[in-house]
Design a protein around this ligand. Structure first.
Ligand code: NAP
Length: 294
């Protein structure tokens, strides 16, 4: 390896703050799916900057994990069992949040569902479940947040967590890629509709951020890539804190004029093209699925 191939430098160490202490003091932040993985990392960064956290998801064990991580920062945290496919459940989660901390000023739409499957093997139920959670659930949460702020006459900030296959398509992820394309498009529509009411809407797209909570399906997919760092133009995967810094910046007072934007934090991996066209390997073969059986 030559000097030119060291990849992108490491960020400052864990625990470093990118924004002033107390940036989110007095602000409640609701993170869907904030008990695991990237959502938890984002929740913790808001907590470290003084926010009160509300974590909403379905499973008690996930909520407990999120609660513990936020409590370690010394911040206040409320956990709410909620399935984002259910608009009434979302309204109840906002009621609980408002009672505990006041209306959340920031909503992070992080919850999503995903698993790799060749499109021809994808059941209608699998398609519906992913679109229902990732696309419909994101809209229902955004809608609830905006209606409450419009009624109260208060500003707010929404961050929709996306994925880069919203632009490129995602072989093996037809359901999730289509849903994330909708999520990205929604950022642009809602930012325009709700800007006059003081509501910012932005997208945040993580690149490869391996973490311990990844589902077996997603981990299996990653395990098919032998050396993850060498597959990235950055020559490394993302560090969770890099996503936390990006999310908190987008919702901070320093980004008030940023709206309708989707920020990609992936070391340029999604723009990667090969000089030589490598041979095409079908999704079936990549997943070791064998011949298609109708
Ligand atoms: P994850 O660990 O699987 O987290 C998904 C979270 O969503 C879980 O906490 C889950 O909690 C929650 N959730 C799922 N269905 C829900 C529902 N119906 N209602 C409420 N909550 C629900 O995933 P992750 O890797 O951290 O990904 C987080 C976000 O980043 C997702 O939007 C994902 O698409 C995006 N992303 C991740 C990567 C990556 O490298 N990891 C790359 C690109 C994009 P419960 O099970 O408790 O409901």
């Amino acid at each position: 390896m030559t000097d030119a191939q060291h990849g992108l430098p490491e960020p400052p160490p864990a625990g470093a703050r990118a924004l002033p202490e107390g940036t989110f003091a007095g602000v409640a932040v609701l993170v869907t799916g904030g008990g695991t993985g990237l959502g938890r990392a984002i929740a913790v960064e808001f907590a470290r900057l003084g926010a009160d956290l509300v974590i909403a998801s379905r499973k008690k064990e996930h909520l407990e994990q999120g609660e513990e991580a936020v409590e370690e920062t010394g911040a206040r945290v409320l956990t709410v069992e909620c399935d984002i496919r259910d608009p009434e459940g979302i309204a109840a989660a906002f009621d609980a949040a408002a009672e505990a901390f006041g209306l959340p000023g920031v909503l992070v739409n992080n919850a999503a569902a995903n698993f790799p499957v060749p499109a021809e093997d994808m059941s209608p139920n699998a398609w519906r479940a992913v679109v229902d959670i990732t696309l419909n659930g994101t809209f229902f949460c955004a809608r609830e947040f905006a209606r409450r702020h419009m009624a109260a006459g208060t500003p707010g900030s929404i961050i929709n967590v996306g994925a880069s296959y919203a632009w490129t398509g995602g072989p093996g992820f037809a359901h999730s890629a289509a849903a994330k394309a909708g999520v990205k498009n929604m950022v642009e529509t809602l930012a325009v509709e709700w800007g006059p009411y003081g509501i910012q809407v932005n997208g945040l797209v993580p690149g490869m951020f391996p973490h311990e909570d990844m589902t077996a399906d997603i981990r299996g997919n990653l395990d098919r890539t032998s050396e993850k760092d060498a597959c990235q133009p950055a020559m490394r995967v993302g560090r969770l804190r890099e996503l936390g810094w990006a999310a908190t910046f987008l919702a901070s007072p320093y980004a008030r004029f940023v709206s309708g934007h989707t920020l990609v934090v992936d070391g340029a991996n999604w723009q990667r093209r090969s000089l030589t066209n490598p041979p095409v390997v079908t999704v079936r073969d990549q997943m070791g699925r064998g011949t298609f059986q109708p």
